[in-house]
Design a protein around this ligand. Structure first.
Ligand code: SF4
Length: 342
């Protein structure tokens, strides 16, 4: 464990400032996420150095489709979470609130990444916001070795954490794990409101961290698959992040406490896709439906298929080295280089 960076002392207690729960912890108390604890008036990250899962993944799995396409990342998680999604697919590491995993220093993690031929490191599987200090220290070393860093996050970062992430983070996939409907968030995630997620998206844009957005479409009681919510989300992205922001509608699969809810019908995802396109977003995708044509990238100007995918593998790639459509010259908004300034 290691003393946390993201906290303050408040009237004899500590307030964690890593995420929007802002847990106020008395002596000996542990935060909602289960891995940050007040010990003798100082906040400690109990899971610092503890890697609960390590795997090599294509960057498309995060999903990040327009950031260094075809790149490989070392995926890393710790344990615990600041959300309590009833359908969490990684509940064994996220929802037990236990400290688990092998002890590995930041230098050792970067060495593993480099030895396995990865181009970057992705902090994923459980919410990285809660282990930001470990991710930060890995990311700083990784940057020196020429590796990029990405988060897969629920977007519940505090305002205080964004400048800290800006010291090492290149790209982020914000996964709503629902559709931005507050009723859904209260019932199935354990949050009062999605407003902090929208605030995070604006702060990430201001900080210059490359962002893609994911909306997990959960077909439950008209709350998680509501078409009006899909329109509201798409319109918000258009107005606040811009039409070039990639948006992924991903398919829910039954898991954890929601094994009785069937997988999202493909037609529902297609309808969401159509709504986002109607609202003007240029790069909209369907995820978790291997082989579906809407996994692919089409030029928003001439309509030609430029990138064909099967699940997370790229099967065809015809975007020019300058990131343009070879048929009409349209800018396809592909990031081909990691950040060079912070
Ligand atoms: S990171 Fe954990 S301890 Fe900190 S505010 Fe969020 S839930 Fe609470």
């Amino acid at each position: 464990m290691k003393e946390a960076y993201l906290y303050s002392n408040v009237q004899g207690k500590v307030r964690c400032t890593a995420c929007n729960r802002y847990c106020l912890l008395g002596e000996g108390q542990t935060g909602f996420c289960g891995i940050r604890k007040n010990i003798d008036g100082r906040l400690f990250l109990l899971s610092y150095g503890r890697a609960a899962a390590l795997a090599i993944d294509p960057i498309e799995k995060k999903p990040l489709y327009h950031y260094l396409p075809g790149g490989r990342v070392l995926s890393l998680s710790s344990s615990g979470c600041n959300w309590s999604c009833s359908y969490c697919q990684n509940y064994e590491i996220s929802q037990r609130r236990e400290i688990m995993g092998e002890y590995l220093t930041p230098e050792e993690i970067v060495k593993i990444a480099m030895n396995s031929g990865a181009d970057g490191i992705s902090y994923t599987y459980n919410e990285p916001t809660i282990f930001a200090e470990y991710a930060h220290d890995i990311g700083v070393v990784a940057r020196k070795r020429g590796l990029f860093s990405t988060y897969v996050s629920n977007g519940y970062e505090s305002a205080e954490s964004i400048p800290y992430l800006g010291e090492f983070l290149d790209a982020i996939s914000i996964d709503f794990k629902g559709n931005g409907n507050d009723l859904f968030g209260r019932k199935y995630i354990g949050i009062l409101s999605y407003t902090p997620v929208f605030d995070t998206l604006k702060r990430l844009k201001n900080a210059g961290i490359y962002t893609e957005v994911t909306d997990l479409v959960v077909p439950v009681k008209g709350l998680g698959d509501n078409q009006e919510d899909a329109r509201t989300l798409s319109r918000w992205i258009m107005d606040n992040l811009g039409p070039d922001t990639p948006l992924h509608f991903t398919r829910f699969h039954p898991d954890y406490r929601m094994r009785d809810v069937p997988a999202t019908p493909v037609e529902t995802l297609e309808r969401h896709h159509a709504i986002a396109k109607e609202e003007g977003l240029k790069f909209v995708y369907i995820g978790n439906v291997p082989g579906h044509p809407l996994e692919n990238t089409y030029c928003p100007n001439c309509g030609n298929e430029l990138v064909r995918r099967y699940e997370f593998q790229i099967k065809k790639y015809e975007i020019t080295p300058e990131g343009r459509c070879p048929f009409c010259g349209q800018d396809m908004h592909i990031v081909r280089k990691r950040r060079t300034s912070w």
